[in-house]
Design a protein around this ligand. Structure first.
Ligand SMILES: *Cc1c(COP(=O)(O)O)cnc(C)c1O
Length: 374
């Protein structure tokens, strides 16, 4: 028997989440972000839930190729553009849109021989200070691009640093809109937090929004609002089983470093999941876990291949009982939000879903349902 750990993807939940963003985005088009292998869900699995997208945004050429081999003929944007000149050949061949954030990328385009002129998204550094042209350099970059025969259409893009926080987006949005105001072209500024919180404002939503995390069912502004508050459903369930049970007496300790000590008799379930599966090692005693759909808590330290959990609230649990680390319990439908687990480990849902390790099999529940029954 294989080790029981499994990541199950729920395309129906992704469809639901896409519909939530669609409502928040009004008439803006959705460029669904599937970088990092669709935030760990697998591009092929996520695509099943994202067929209603207007476009996709990815980081790597290989991700764009995978979307094209799924027969996606619509827009695909390379969020960071090309990393070297010869990448432009594949952009021509696959009809990819790409960001242009620096002078070197314009040099490469100027030297690129292509039959098909490209659509590019000129990126502004409106305050995040990662990629993009500063506002004072933006219009000269535009003029240079606009003069190139390799360019068919120029759109404008920027990224917010605080769409989910108290600082907000106004300072960046003002700079972006002011600098681009008389330039012809489509605009895109909002990520998930931006569209969910500010999508009602036409100046904020613009032509294209770029949702990522909401599609996968994690709240873009946790803990202010939870995934449930937003109407989002978990797109991934990380599940496993109890593979051992220990009966403890008062004074017994659990795991490396003996960080948990029992204060009376109790039963402990040992479960097949550890940090080598991508479960965060920083999650300590008290982190929520579902056993047979009942909320209980992690005990002691996370080790490489195992975690221990308190079976006190689930007296009927034992060897082989269902365990959910995050997502939806298949037997009961109870949900444990990935954001809650992430917060217990001092991180965000994004990191947990992206970090599911290669040794964890990833399946789609729709594929499972399609398998012939014996
Ligand atoms: C990752 C990314 C997004 C999506 O961000 P979420 O917070 O996951 O919605 C949007 N735009 C850019 C430029 C990105 O890099």
């Amino acid at each position: 028997m294989p080790r029981p750990i499994l990541a199950t993807i729920h395309p129906q939940a992704i469809r639901n989440n896409l519909a939530c963003v669609r409502r928040a985005a009004h008439e803006a088009k959705l460029m669904c972000v599937t970088k990092a292998n669709a935030y760990g869900h697998g591009i092929e699995h996520a695509f099943e839930g994202l067929r209603a997208a207007d476009g996709f945004a990815v980081l790597e050429l290989q991700e764009a190729q995978r979307l094209r081999s799924l027969d996606w003929r619509g827009p695909i944007l390379l969020l960071e553009g090309v990393f070297e000149p010869r990448d432009l050949e594949l952009c021509s061949r696959l009809g990819l849109w790409h960001s242009v954030h620096c002078d070197e990328q314009i040099d490469w385009l100027a030297a690129h021989k292509t039959q098909v002129p490209h659509r590019v998204f000129l990126k502004m550094n409106s305050g995040m200070n990662r990629l993009g042209f500063k506002p004072e350099r933006f219009r000269s970059a535009y003029a240079r691009l606009n003069a190139l025969p390799q360019i068919e259409e120029i759109s404008f893009i920027t990224h917010f640093s605080d769409a989910d926080g108290p600082r907000g987006i106004a300072h960046q949005l003002e700079v972006f809109l002011r600098t681009t105001q008389d330039l012809p072209g489509e605009r895109s500024v909002c990520n998930s937090a931006g569209v969910m919180s500010f999508g009602a404002d036409a100046r904020a939503r613009n032509d294209w929004v770029r949702p990522g995390i909401v599609l996968y069912g994690s709240s873009p502004d946790y803990p202010q609002r939870t995934a449930e508050d937003w109407g989002l459903q978990p797109a991934m369930t990380l599940s496993t089983k109890v593979i051992g049970v220990q009966a403890l007496q008062a004074g017994d300790t659990v795991g490396y470093g003996s960080t948990f000590t029992a204060d009376g008799e109790m039963r402990v379930g040992v479960i097949a999941c550890g940090y080598a599966d991508g479960y965060p090692r920083h999650c300590g005693t008290g982190t929520p876990v579902l056993v047979n759909g009942v909320r209980t808590r992690l005990l002691g330290r996370v080790s490489m291949d195992m975690i221990c959990v308190d079976l006190t609230p689930v007296p009927d649990a034992g060897m082989g009982s269902e365990v959910v680390l995050w997502g939806r319990s298949p037997s009961t439908g109870v949900v444990l939000g990935i954001d809650e687990v992430a917060a217990a480990g001092g991180t965000v849902g994004y990191e947990l879903m992206c970090a599911v390790a290669p040794r964890v099999p990833v399946v789609s529940d729709e594929d499972l349902n399609k398998m012939p029954k014996r």
